[in-house]
Design a binder for this molecule. Sequence first.
Ligand code: ZN
Length: 65
Amino acid sequence: MSEWDKVIPKPKSRFYRIKCPDCGNEQFVFSHATTIVHCNVCGAILAEPSGGKTVVNGEVTAILD
Ligand SMILES: [Zn+2]
């Protein structure tokens, strides 16, 4: 266990499977992402952080606990 693991609180977090609105690619995005998440295929923004919550720009097709 690293120092980093001890400092970071563990809120309930999930992974969202998000469908890219531009190219239809589906990829997993952490529900508490702290950086902008781009589509791996076309580079469109799929999710961006906003006050501790992630704003999703595509369609959420699945949620994994
Ligand atoms: Zn895309």
